[in-house]
Structure formats: C-alpha cells, structure tokens
Design a protein around this ligand. Structure first.
Ligand code: ATP
Ligand code: MG
Length: 421
C-alpha cells in the first residue's frame, strides 16, 4: 500500500520530465501567439458546477467523479474537466467586462474515476482553450487551428481532424425524435448502456464503441438532414474557412458531444498511433453553457486534450526534444576545512547561471573525482588550502584532463556552456 501510488495514477519521473517541459512550453507559446491567456482554476469545485456544466446524463457525472464532503458537509468534486471551471471563473470575475471575447487557456490535472487502461487514468493532465463571447464560425476555425498548430509544432504526424455539427435547440429536438424512431425497434439489439441512452440522451448512442451497436448505428438518420438554416450556414462557413487554409478534415456525422449545452461544431483530433484510446483531444461549441451556469446568453467554443496521450505519441514517433544538459561543474574539496570556501565558490558559479554540484556525503577527494566523472561535468574546481592562500583554485578540464591554477575571480571565464551529443 505505502509503496504504491493509487490505482490509475502515476508519477512523472525526472527521466520523463523533459517531454513535459517541452510540450508545456510549446502549448504556452502557440496559444499566446493566438492571443489566448492562461487561467488557473482550483483543483476542486462545488459538485453542482459539474453536474450543471457537464450534464447529469454524461458518463463523467454519472460514474466518473471523485466527490467528497468538506467538514461542513458541502459537496465538492475534484475537477474532471476544465471548461465548467473556466466558465465559472469567467462569470465570477466578470471577464467579459475587460473584453467582449475572452480567449483563455489552461493546463492542469483532471480527475476521473475510470477503469484504468492504456491512455486512460484517474488523474491525468489536460490542456484546453476556450473562446467565450462570439457565435462566429471564425472562432471555431481559430480554436481548431490553434489546437492543430500545437501538434504541428510538436512535430506529431499521423493525426486527423474530424468535424461535425450537433445542431442547436431549434433543430436538434426533431433529430432526436428521428433517432428515437429509428432505434425504437432495434432497442433489444443495443448494449445496456445504449438502451439507457435511448431514453436519456439518444445522441450518445451514435458514439458507442460496441460492435453490435455500431452495426445498427450505421444506417441511422444523419444530422445533416435535420440542421436548421443557421446551423447549416455555420457549418458551411467553418468548412469554407478550413478549406481556404487547406486544412484536411473528415466530416463524421457520428461524432457527438452528448449534452444539450453543446451546439453546432463538434470536432476531434485522432492519432493513428494510439489504438483504442485514439482521441488526443476534442472540442466544440457550447452556446448554452454560460447561461446554464447563471450568466447571460453567451456563445462559446473550446477544445481540450489529454497530455499523456500527446506525450506517448511523441515518444512513439521518437520526436527529438531538448533534454536537460546535466551538471556542468563539480566543486570538490581537498579537506573538511575547505568546505566553507567551496560553498562560496559554488554559489558564485550557480548565481551566474551555470549548474554546479558538490559532495554531501563526506567523500574523499578521489571519490569526489569519480562522482564528477559520473556526472559527466565539463570542469571540476578543486578547492584546497594551498591555492586558497593565493585566492586561487585548481580547475580541471575533464575532457582533456588538463589542470591549471586559476584565480577564483576568473573561474567563470573558463566555464563555457558544455554541449552534449
Ligand atoms: P473518451 O471518449 O476517450 O473517454 P472523453 O470524451 O471522455 O474521451 P474529453 O472529456 O473530451 O474526453 O477530454 C478530452 C481529452 O482528454 C480526450 O480526448 C483524452 O485525450 C483526454 N482524456 C479524457 N479522459 C482521460 C483519462 N481518463 N485519462 C487520460 N486522458 C484522458
Ligand atoms: Mg471519457
């Protein structure tokens, strides 16, 4: 128990952290170049926010939330996703006052009590972006472009973009009726989950992975025969903009976001590398969410992506990233009495932005030199009484083994940044 992390969680070790730094930096860079600013919301919120914001019939609210009570008996939930918290913060801080279109992004842990498997964890990381305040298909286009640009900049290949429209309050009810009519006689053939979806949320049936359900889904009515003028025009606009940028996409009428707050555009980015859990991220428009959470009618659109799936794709595709260069300088001491002087010297080196390490285990000079070798430093500074008398140290170049006496004030001149292969 004590020596194992809880089920569905994992440690990101120092040997993997460079992938995370690299991905996080690119996400921040790309999104800021599109004018999105980072927002950091708490790791937990009032449970009601997610029940309202994600919807009672969703898998997340039904079975995946980590919910607990605080000491006063209020129900709190570890955030399973980022959109509802961002919209809560947008309303709480009245962000629309600063700007009629709020462009926000986030990075952080999410928590879902799912059955752990490859690409599916109980604590995982997402980045996401939200544009709150415009109904224009131009914003949907920008969200897709910005998300796509991140994967491009990371160097990922073998990705595809799927788009769809899920209609709106005007046209979706009629489509849902058509779906119900179609599945009515086929109910017995559907999986137990879909039988439940039939009553609660028939749109969700379309997204079922069950083989038998998929056979029935194949010939189901298409949303494109039901879209109202406004939704149809919006979808054509989006396609026009994507075409003009020569962004390749597939229209997938089975791609859905199940809830009433989702409207018009739904999209997903799929990786050919990931097997069953192949969606690196998904997004879409949510024109009714802000009012659902107590604000005034405010159209919005966003995207969220799993970082673990993104990083495992980077590893599979052997994306080259800049790794940590390691320690550059070792400061060794001849005897105990040299330690204070060595501390001053190592401080001076580090303050100048050069990484330096010393011994903490009372090792002999010989053992310290072995450690310096193991760390693969470019230089070792040897601090000893004799040289200290003249305000000097011995500087050993580890590449050629040359040693010379150097004035302490001159050390930095010799410590060129070391390049590693
Ligand atoms: P899925 O169909 O894979 O369950 P979802 O619809 O639950 O996805 P979203 O809520 O749209 O996913 O989250 C966006 C992205 O977050 C997913 O595409 C995926 O990359 C990632 N993600 C979702 N759940 C998990 C999880 N449990 N572990 C790791 N990553 C996840
Ligand atoms: Mg899920």
């Amino acid at each position: 128990m004590l020596s194992r992390a809880p089920k569905g969680t994992s440690d990101i070790l120092p040997s993997q952290i460079d992938y995370w730094y690299y991905a996080e930096n690119i996400i921040k860079e790309v999104l800021q170049s599109y004018g999105y600013r980072e927002i950091r919301t708490p790791a937990f919120e009032h449970t009601e926010l997610f029940v309202r914001g994600i919807g009672e019939t969703s898998d997340i609210v039904n079975k995946e939330m980590f919910t607990f009570q605080d000491r006063k008996g209020r129900s709190l939930t570890l955030r399973p996703e980022g959109t509802a918290p961002v919209v809560r913060a947008y309303l709480e801080h009245n962000l629309s006052r600063e700007n009629p279109l709020s462009k926000l992004f986030y990075l952080g842990n999410m928590f879902r009590c799912e059955k752990p498997q490859a690409g599916r964890y109980r604590q995982f990381n997402q980045f996401g972006l939200e544009a709150i305040g415009s109904p224009s298909a131009l914003v949907d286009t920008e969200i897709i472009l910005a998300s796509w640009a991140i994967y491009q900049k990371l160097g990922l290949t073998n990705l595809s973009l799927m788009i769809n429209s899920v209609g709106c309050r005007e046209c979706r009810p009629e489509y849902l009726e058509a779906l119900k009519d179609y599945f009515h006689d086929k109910k017995k053939l559907l999986c137990p989950d879909c039988r439940e979806r039939y009553d609660k949320n028939p749109l969700r049936i379309l997204d079922c992975k069950n083989k038998q359900c998929q056979i029935e889904i194949k010939n189901s009515p298409s949303i494109f025969d039901y879209l109202c003028k406004d939704c149809d025009r919006h979808f054509q606009q989006l396609r026009k903009y994507l075409d003009s940028l020569q962004i390749a996409y597939q229209v997938n009428p089975l791609l859905v976001r199940g809830l009433d707050y989702y409207t018009k555009t739904a999209f997903e980015i799929i990786s050919g590398e990931l097997g069953a859990q192949n969606a690196v991220g998904g997004g879409g428009r949510y024109d009714y969410l802000v009012e659902e959470l107590g604000g005034k009618h405010t159209p919005a659109v966003g995207f969220a992506a799993g970082m673990e799936r993104m990083i495992s794709t980077m590893e599979k595709q052997e994306i080259k990233i800049p790794f940590w260069e390691g320690i550059k300088v070792f400061v060794a001491t001849v005897a105990q009495e040299d330690i204070s002087a060595a501390l001053k010297i190592i401080n001076h080196i580090r303050e100048n932005g050069v990484s330096a390490e010393m011994d903490f285990l009372d090792k002999s000079l010989k053992a310290q030199m072995r450690l310096a070798n193991k760390l693969d430093v470019s230089h070792t500074v040897i601090v000893g009484q004799e040289e200290l008398k003249e305000q000097k140290v011995i500087l050993k170049n580890m590449a050629d083994g040359q040693q010379e006496k150097v004035a302490i004030s001159q050390i930095l001149r010799y410590l060129q940044p070391k390049k590693k292969g």
